[in-house]
Design a binder for this molecule. Structure first.
Ligand SMILES: [Zn+2]
Ligand SMILES: [Zn+2]
Length: 244
């Protein structure tokens, strides 16, 4: 499987950027995980909107769903201009009824996942962990049967991440804060906390994402590196991680 970072900013996109969105592909199947602000524009550098097979959402904060509405318009226009009538499934939790109900449109359909059960989407199997965040939010452990990617979505630190991320090939953490800040009140993690989870969970690679708009991001790598000896990278647009 192959993961492409489409957007990685936390809260709002910096100039010419996008907030959380990750494209996961295996064979001909393409899954978009979160659809942040700017995601639809950036996505089209890597894939045609008509080639998306499914969408999966962690939660309904704007920086993760801002472009759902325009994605729905794109699918509607694709129907009128190209006759593409496939209905795009958008998987989301149903603990926020207003957020969930917005997922269904002319050519998209909201499908509620049960976070207590494994979800099969194309070649992927996804299990969920409730995060610590001001609204219901789910982190994801995604496997294609061979490799494992864990995405914390938005969360403050909780020990449960260590088991959940155990031996993953790639761990993508919420790194909205620098080591000396306190992310817990806002429902986010620091560089150091991400590094600690990576080390204790024995993951192969750590990617810091949901990044802040201030400071020097290289500092985040140094801070996470105080906890974790393995490979650490900053999320950046177009970054591709391949597992085969
Ligand atoms: Zn959030
Ligand atoms: Zn967020």
């Amino acid at each position: 499987m192959e993961l492409t970072v489409i957007g990685y900013w936390g809260g709002y996109p910096a100039a010419d950027g996008a907030t959380s969105a990750y494209l996961l592909k295996k064979g001909n199947f393409s899954l978009l995980i979160d659809v942040g602000s700017g995601a639809l524009s950036k996505l089209q550098k890597y894939i045609a909107v008509t080639d998306l097979d499914a969408v999966l959402l962690s939660h309904y904060h704007h920086d993760h769903v801002a472009d759902i509405g325009v994605l729905q318009y794109a699918r509607l226009v694709n129907y009128y201009t190209m006759g593409v009538s496939d209905v795009l499934p958008i998987y989301g939790h149903s603990e926020d009824e207003t957020g969930f109900n917005r997922l269904t449109h002319d050519y998209t359909k909201g499908i509620a996942y049960d976070p207590n059960k494994a979800l099969d989407v194309g070649p992927f199997t996804i299990t969920f962990l409730k995060t610590v965040h001001p609204v219901p939010c789910y982190g994801m452990r995604i496997t294609d049967g061979e490799h494992v990617i864990v995405y914390t979505a938005d969360t403050s630190y909780q020990a449960a991440w260590i088991d959940f991320a155990k031996d993953a090939d790639l761990l993508i953490t919420d790194c909205n804060f620098y080591a000396e800040q306190d992310g817990a009140g806002a429902g986010h993690m620091t560089s150091k906390e991400g590094g600690r989870i990576a080390a204790k969970a024995n993951v192969a690679q750590l990617m810091l994402s949901h990044l802040p708009q201030y400071g020097d991001h290289q500092q985040l790598i140094k801070e996470a590196g105080c906890e974790f000896n393995g490979s650490i990278q900053l999320a950046e647009e177009g970054l591709i991680c391949r597992f085969a």
